[in-house]
Design a protein around this ligand. Structure first.
Ligand SMILES: *Cc1c(COP(=O)(O)O)cnc(C)c1O
Length: 399
């Protein structure tokens, strides 16, 4: 266990001012939630927006709505390397997980494999993921689906406020969702956003979301305590304390379809006040670090970012170690030195025991390799010059 300066892998800090506006929001709940919703609609230029308790709650509602519209279809196609919340939400919605391998260069779908996977008649929808904020190629999937219409869901959980070639991520498919959880582009402790211009889908979502319970007062109290804890402990000088508490399971990602689904409360909507300015500031700082990594990365270390033009807004900077051993070495050394270098998902989706047991899935080698070899460097505003130098030194030692 490390005692002393420790960087989190990702961070969107919460201020005292945020917490105060959170309290105001909790007192004037309807007004705060409505304000946030109308700001989001204007920002994304969409007709429909729903606010929920998490990204996985948002995805569950989307899938339940699609299932009502297309009751004869029951499978959701997702990349085999993604957050475990995604298969959790699919199972929660009573649907089946379908997988396609990824392209290790972009972390998007493997487009050699995708066409054959899309031909499955049972597919309800295909879900693209802007992992870490790297834009997935929605246009390419749209083209593939020209002769065979199917709903495109955009998992922009990690990409709130990011855009690519002039389009905001989350707005290019039929429906998109975002997460406001810890470690995302912007955090309200927990929260989820759905946006869509599809009126038919929205009519069903209206009905479904209307039946979702509100937070109980004590659940809001827990969120408040969490916000105060984050305000204090996210700072590098104190972050080692929560990190040393194994019961907090910081940074752990688990498959668990049994999560709570609520409508976003006034406290969270209040916390999100000034979100546009805040995201811009966060992005500027993340962008500066990301450009540093892009420029200084030793030739022995590859990054998916090199495949994209125009510096995509990432919340963590993904790098591909040459082997699983190297990745382990990087994360272990980084951990020892408190540098916020982090592994991503411990295994590909088909390797998660509970998923494998439920569905018959084959192997997806690129996804498996990514789980073993991909690590992320921190880009948030707490990363200082000396951290960068130390991380560079570690990277140069690995080969
Ligand atoms: C975090 C995340 C989710 C789920 O969001 P929660 O708010 O944590 O439920 C879904 N997809 C991806 C890619 C994520 O990173």
């Amino acid at each position: 266990m490390r005692i002393g300066r420790t960087l989190p892998p990702a961070a969107a800090p919460i201020t005292i001012k945020d917490i105060l506006s959170g309290i105001k929001g909790a007192l004037k709940k309807d007004q705060a939630v409505e304000r946030f919703r109308s700001q989001l609609k204007a920002y994304f230029q969409v007709r429909h927006c729903y606010l929920l308790s998490s990204g996985k709650a948002a995805l569950t509602m989307i899938l339940q709505a699609l299932k009502k519209i297309h009751p004869e279809k029951d499978e959701v196609l997702i990349p085999a390397f993604t957050c475990y919340s995604v298969p959790s939400a699919i199972v929660r919605a009573g649907l089946k997980v379908g997988l396609c391998d990824i392209d290790p260069q972009t972390l998007d779908f493997d487009y050699e494999q995708l066409p054959s996977r899309l031909s499955d008649q049972r597919l309800l929808c295909v879900l693209l993921t802007h992992l870490f904020g790297l834009p997935a190629d929605v246009g390419r999937v749209k083209k593939l689906l020209e002769s065979q219409p199917m709903t495109i869901v955009e998992d922009a959980a990690q990409a709130l406020g990011a855009s690519h070639n002039g389009s905001k991520l989350g707005t290019m498919g039929d429906v998109g969702f975002f997460s406001l959880g810890r470690g995302k582009a912007l955090s309200t402790i927990e929260g989820g956003i759905i946006i869509t211009n599809d009126d038919r889908l929205a009519a069903v979502l209206d009905e479904l979301v209307d039946r979702v319970p509100h937070y109980k007062w004590w659940e809001t109290a827990v969120l408040f305590l969490y916000a105060v804890a984050l305000l204090i402990f996210l700072h590098p000088l104190l972050f080692w304390i929560p990190k040393a508490m194994p019961f907090l399971k910081l940074g752990e990602t688990v498959f668990d379809p049994d999560f709570k689904i609520r409508r976003m409360g006034g406290f969270q909507a209040g916390l999100a006040r000034e979100w546009q300015t805040k995201i811009e500031k966060l992005q500027a700082r993340r962008g500066a670090s990301a450009r540093y990594w892009e420029k200084k990365l030793p030739a022995t270390v590859a990054t998916p970012l090199s495949m994209f033009s125009g510096h995509p807004a990432v919340i963590r900077f993904p790098v591909q170690a040459g082997s699983a051993m190297q990745a382990l070495e990087l994360t272990n050394q980084g951990e020892r030195m408190g540098l916020g270098i982090s592994a991503t998902y411990p295994a590909a989706i088909h390797e998660v025991a509970q998923v494998r047991r439920r569905f018959r899935l084959h192997d997806f080698p690129a996804a498996s390799a990514a789980a073993r070899q991909l690590v992320t460097l921190p880009v948030h505003g707490f990363v200082n010059y000396r951290d960068r130098k130390k991380i560079m030194k570690l990277l140069s030692l690995v080969r």
